[in-house]
Design a protein around this ligand. Structure first.
Ligand SMILES: [Mg+2]
Length: 336
């Protein structure tokens, strides 16, 4: 690749198919590459800024170059995710029967029917399966609710086992107001990632931490020490390859909590032989590696490569040299 330093490893471009449309996407595109420590994945969403892309690339380089020690025989509990376009009742049965997940995350505030009905369908599925006592529901509004709508919806869901509501409203001001008026715990996601809020305990109860968009394991470790609330590690719809660092982070920083890493359930195809999806509600903590067969099947159409090359070159230029040096990426260049 011309625009990027010769230090950069060979790039494999991929396009995976989603089971159903999610966040308006029907495929998940990105790049994987192998460094001396293993594989890294660069797959930021298309609406990300160059700065956000650079954090993601930093996480991918860290994964490929920094020899993190993965535990032997460890696993983390994960929540199931109900896709935006899935029937919540059918998806809940699948979460239970196929993946053994008792914690279910469901997006709310979308234009796809009634939030209360969708959550009720999850409760009904678990009740009929005799598993209602085990059910924990995580709601994620991605900032789409107003304070009034949040209060109204949550009061209607009074009897549902809601563990927390993630980013109910967009602004910290609204969340602060809502926090005073409801009993349901509030988790912040976008406010941490995008607005850089760390001292949040007077208006939030939890922080959602995502390894790839926040710049990798070392970066989130620093961030976690600044936060004054407990955390949950969550994923960003990566392939199994990209999910590996998040699994290690969940095992390291929140080992007894249910992580938001069941995103593999939304993929119809993956880069790995063995998909990184839950078994009995848990996923093994290990480096999931790409298989050549799946990489060929999931290759990115040629006309999309240039765009990804440009994104990676632009992101690379924004990573501080000191960070690249700390990962050992630059020494690799000199030797290579
Ligand atoms: Mg979220």
């Amino acid at each position: 690749m011309k625009a990027v330093d010769s230090a950069f490893p060979h790039l494999d471009f991929f396009s995976l198919t989603l089971r159903e449309k999610f966040r308006g996407l029907s495929t998940r595109e990105g790049v994987v590459f192998q460094g001396p420590a293993g594989w890294g994945e660069f797959s930021p969403f298309s609406n990300y800024t160059p700065h956000q892309d650079s954090l993601w690339l930093r996480a991918a380089l860290e994964s490929a170059f920094v020899p993190f020690k993965y535990p032997k025989d460890a696993s983390v509990g994960v929540n199931a995710i109900i896709g935006d376009n899935e029937d919540p009742y059918v998806a809940s049965i699948r979460a239970l029967e196929q993946f053994g997940c008792n914690t279910v995350k469901i997006k709310v505030g979308l234009d796809i029917g009634n939030d209360v009905e969708r959550v009720d369908a999850v409760v009904q599925a678990f009740r009929e399966a005799g598993k209602l006592a085990d059910l924990q529901i995580r709601l994620d509004a991605n900032g789409r609710w107003s304070v009034a709508r949040a209060r109204e919806t949550l009061s209607e869901l009074d009897s549902a086992p809601i563990e927390y509501i993630e980013q109910p409203c967009q602004s910290v001001q609204e969340i602060r107001e809502l926090h005073r008026k409801i009993d349901v715990p509030i988790a912040l996601d976008e406010s941490i990632r995008i607005d850089g809020q760390y001292e949040i305990s007077d208006f939030a109860d939890l922080a959602i931490i995502k390894v790839s968009p926040l710049g990798g394991i070392n970066a989130i470790e620093e961030l976690i020490t600044k936060l004054d609330v407990p955390i949950r590690i969550s994923g960003s719809l990566e392939s199994g390859v990209g999910l590996s660092a998040s699994l290690l982070a969940a095992h390291t920083f929140a080992p007894d909590e249910v992580a938001g890493l069941g995103t593999g359930m939304l993929l119809a195809t993956d880069l790995t032989n063995e998909p990184a999806v839950p078994h009995r509600g848990r996923i093994s903590v290990k480096r999931f590696e790409p298989s050549s067969e799946e990489m060929i099947k999931g290759a990115l159409p040629l006309d999309r490569k240039e765009l990804w090359e440009q994104r990676i070159a632009r992101a690379w230029a924004l990573i501080p040299v000191a960070v690249l040096a700390s990962f050992g990426v630059l020494e690799q260049s000199v030797q290579g």
